[in-house]
Design a protein around this ligand. Structure first.
Ligand code: HEM
Length: 455
């Protein structure tokens, strides 16, 4: 006999408010609320956030299924609609056939072979930043990592310099978008974008200014046909193999805005949390220094060193386990779908959280402690799929994964060769989940010059 299908309503759920459902608890402290759900309820937790019927998944195989079924579970959620105001219908926020075409066109651009060419640029940009670092100074390391990764992504994408007015306009739009999203989030629900609040007006004005610069850059490149070796040059030349068509200016603009947003904050935050964790765990830091000294012998790192910097790789894996830059992923069901015997109704929003899965004691021993060694002996391969998924999973897995891994290791190695960073604050560092997970009040750190045999 066929097994009976349960409805979401039959599953145990946290107590909900009459009007706002679970929104009040969720918006107060989303990470704690979701961790409590994982500990106290079954693998599918029904929730109501505002008017939206929602469910939260805590079983890795359920998460893997939803991420795999990209034609049923799409990105048409209020959060994604807000992100589209910045990135349009680029890879990150599109669905269906349009996404398939864009992914096919963009994928070769991110091939490992091509990405390696950006290694030198990444190290040079880090060295340029270090010119302003002085021994014993106190700096907001979060700000520094944001500026550095923006510099790198701008050069890799557009071959423009961070000091130029184009880059400044783009940085302003990205920054205002973060503020705008945070403001929306604090409210606990998203207001329609056409309500002319002051920040909303400033945000849209800055997006228009950013667009002006991007369209101008695209035009200049089309006219000159110059290959400047950046990602824009590659995207300008890719052709759909079925009909030979190329990307329009609008599509190029949307992809560039997407790559700037997706490729900058995420890596900056991964590095910021890594510096905090290294300062809190000096024995791990000492082991990193030892590896850097043995492998690099005092010279600058390059892409060719990556396979030998295995402890550095494990540090970043472990830091993204505890502080995944994307803490929550959302999809909306376009039709009823039966997930492991439970009916997920059409329009239901499905939530999945790397933060929650990465901190579950069902999969990780002593989950809150920072132990890069746990990743030795191919531990990642032995975990069930979607237990550890900082870059997502399935067909929509992060296209910039190799770029981000190379960038974060090269930056980590270049800085850690010369400096030890110590926490300046006695206060608790509060993780704040905006589009990405950042420290709410920045990260003030004290710079100590490292004494090495090579200095
Ligand atoms: C540590 C750094 C990074 C992390 C943790 C990260 C994480 C993610 C995650 C979790 C997704 C999937 C989102 C979802 O399915 O809802 C994603 C998608 C994406 N990421 Fe990243 N990312 C990082 C760096 C980058 C970089 C450097 C780039 C580009 C330069 C990039 C470009 C993208 C794009 C375009 C997508 C959308 C892919 C698609 O839907 O086909 N990311 N990223």
């Amino acid at each position: 006999m066929a097994e009976e299908t349960r409805s979401l309503k039959q599953l145990p759920a946290p107590k909900a408010g009459f009007l706002l459902g679970h929104s009040t608890h969720f918006s107060k402290d989303p990470l704690k609320f979701l961790c409590d759900c994982e500990r106290s309820y079954s693998s599918i937790v029904p929730l109501r956030l505002g008017l939206s019927q929602t469910c939260f998944l805590t079983d890795p195989s359920f998460i893997a299924e939803v991420l795999r079924e990209r034609t049923v579970f799409v990105k048409n959620t209020p959060g994604w609609q807000a992100i589209r105001t910045l990135v349009g219908v680029g890879l990150l926020g599109s669905d269906g056939d349009f996404w398939t075409r864009q992914r096919k066109l963009t994928q070769p651009t991110f091939h490992q072979r091509r990405i390696v060419a950006f290694g030198e640029l990444m190290v040079k940009a880090t060295e340029k930043m270090l010119v302003d670092w002085k021994e014993n100074a106190v700096r907001d390391i979060h700000r520094d990592m944001m500026d550095l990764t923006l510099d790198i992504v701008m050069q890799a994408l557009l071959n423009v310099n961070i000091e130029g007015k184009e880059a400044k306009a783009i940085a302003r739009a990205l920054d205002l978008s973060m503020k705008w999203f945070s403001q929306q989030q604090k409210r606990g629900f998203l207001l329609p974008i056409n309500i002319p609040l002051p920040l909303t007006r400033r945000y849209f004005a800055s997006v228009r200014e950013m667009d002006g610069f991007i369209f101008k850059l695209i035009q200049q490149r089309r006219v000159s046909s110059e290959d400047t070796g950046d990602l824009l040059s590659m995207l300008l030349h890719v052709k759909d193999e079925t009909d030979g068509s190329q990307m329009s200016d609008r599509q190029l603009r949307d992809e560039l805005a997407t790559l700037m947003l997706a490729g900058h904050e995420t890596t900056a935050n991964a590095l910021t949390w890594t510096w905090m964790l290294l300062a809190q765990n000096p024995q791990v830091e000492a082991k990193l220094h030892q590896e850097l000294d043995v492998v690099l012998q005092g010279r600058l790192p390059s892409a060719a060193d990556l396979p030998h910097l295995t402890f550095a790789q494990n540090i970043l894996k472990e830091s993204m386990r505890l502080y995944p830059p994307i803490v929550l992923m959302a999809r909306s069901a376009i039709q009823d779908y039966v997930l492991m015997g439970c009916r997920i109704p059409k329009k239901c929003i499905v939530l999945m959280s790397p933060w929650v899965m990465h901190r579950s004691d069902r999969y990780f021993e002593d989950p809150l402690s920072f132990q890069p060694e746990r990743w030795e002996n191919d531990m990642e391969k032995r975990l069930p799929k979607c237990t550890y998924f900082p870059f997502g999973e399935g067909p929509r897995i992060c296209i910039g994964k190799s770029f981000a891994q190379m960038e974060s290791i090269l930056i980590l190695a270049t800085i850690a060769q010369r400096y030890r960073l110590r926490l300046e604050t006695e206060h608790e560092i509060v993780p704040f989940p905006s589009i990405t997970l950042r420290p709410r009040d920045g990260l003030q750190m004290h710079l100590l010059r490292r004494q090495t045999a090579f200095a």
